[in-house]
Write a protein that binds this ligand. Structure first.
Ligand SMILES: *Cc1c(COP(=O)(O)O)cnc(C)c1O
Length: 356
């Protein structure tokens, strides 16, 4: 099956299971994993990642959108599915029908959801300093107003840490808000504030869930293993005399008689175009080969002059291991001037995905 794809992603099931167990060992008491499987599980494939976690007893997940939540439900994912982002109140019926939990970012929004007239579970988002979504941590009146909506069931409250240096202060503000609500007689079944970095660097902040994304996929702590490999086939190999330009705008010029391999993957698959012209490397036969010229939408040229055995049909590794060498998502991200999350989440739907 894999051999027939032009470009594909391989997911290492053993690595995923290892990461789930490794992260569970880091959990503070009373805390469970709530994997972030938004953006197609950071490009890994939301349904297969959530299913695998479910077989390990994980029973809570975060999505970013209502559509992502529905996709999980329609593929047999049970338990809590928290929609982290904004949902148009006109789509609220889907929250009710699929028993999704919606993040509520303010009192006015709560009132709009309430108007559906059917029960919806919600988690209250508290802004403790990031100033993205949520109610200000001192706005107890607003939060209390959400609790008193007839059709909303508040099953949780959470915040999001925006910087390592802010974590302690954000934790203090969050717990003060939670205590304030308790003081008014509002019980909150689940509270949560840790994402990957929070769990790794500030587990003492506690909570009932850790919303881990990047760490689950193997980035951020030494004991974690990369889950994803990105591979593509060599479509063609050609010899060029010295002084010949190749690709769009002829941005690569051979300095010597050269061999150029054409890979069947491009920026249309999510390969960052900023890796063009030697910024990025790929592995062929365990050796690094530089990207030659501008990455195209569906193809990428690489300079394999030093690798005489590269032939059409070979597999190039863009993220992952080949022989004794490895290109990590972090390395690719650095070369592309971005972060692994962006690399992962932009990997396209037309890539094959195989859980191995
Ligand atoms: C994406 C997201 C997470 C997961 O973040 P990682 O850093 O990948 O662990 C957690 N919480 C919220 C609110 C998010 O948007």
């Amino acid at each position: 099956m894999m051999e027939k794809s032009r470009a594909w992603i391989e997911m290492d099931r053993a690595a995923l299971r290892h990461n789930v167990e490794a992260l569970q060992k880091r959990l503070p008491p009373g805390c469970a994993l709530m994997p972030a499987v938004k953006a197609n599980a950071y490009g890994h494939g939301a349904v297969s990642i959530a299913r695998e976690c479910q077989t390990m007893g994980v029973d809570a997940f975060c999505a970013a959108t209502v559509e992502e939540g529905v996709e999980l439900r329609e593929n047999g994912i049970r338990g809590t599915i928290l929609v982290l982002g904004w949902t148009d109140p006109r789509a609220a019926v889907q929250l009710h029908e699929h028993k999704l939990t919606q993040t509520v970012v303010g009192l006015a929004y709560a009132q709009e959801l309430d108007r559906l007239g059917k029960p919806i579970q919600v988690h209250v988002k508290i802004d403790t300093g990031m100033h993205r979504l949520g109610l200000h941590w001192e706005d107890l009146e607003g939060m209390a107003g959400i609790f008193s909506r007839e059709n909303l069931r508040v099953t949780g409250a959470f915040t999001h840490i925006c910087a390592d240096s802010m974590a302690k202060e954000q934790g203090r503000r969050f717990y003060r808000a939670v205590a304030g609500l308790k003081g008014h007689g509002y019980n909150i079944p689940k509270i949560h504030l840790l994402a990957s970095q929070g769990l790794i660097n500030h587990p003492e902040l506690g909570g009932n869930y850790a919303r881990v994304g990047l760490a689950l996929y193997g980035v951020g702590a030494p004991e974690l293993r990369p889950v994803l490999s990105l591979k593509a086939r060599v479509a063609q190999v050609r010899e060029l005399p010295a002084g010949e330009g190749t690709g769009y705008e002829l941005r690569f010029t051979s300095q010597r008689p050269s061999r150029i391999a054409v890979l069947a993957i491009g920026y249309g698959d999510g390969l960052p175009r900023s890796l063009s012209c030697g910024a990025g490397r790929v592995l062929l036969h365990g050796k690094r080969a530089p990207i030659a010229g501008l990455i195209c939408m569906d193809q990428t040229l690489v300079d394999v002059t030093g690798l005489p055995h590269v032939s059409p049909g070979d597999t190039a590794v863009l993220i992952g291991k080949s022989g004794g060498s490895e290109i990590t998502a972090a390395e690719m991200a650095e070369q592309a001037g971005t972060i692994p999350n962006e690399i992962f989440s932009r990997l396209g739907r037309r890539l094959g995905r195989h859980l191995c």
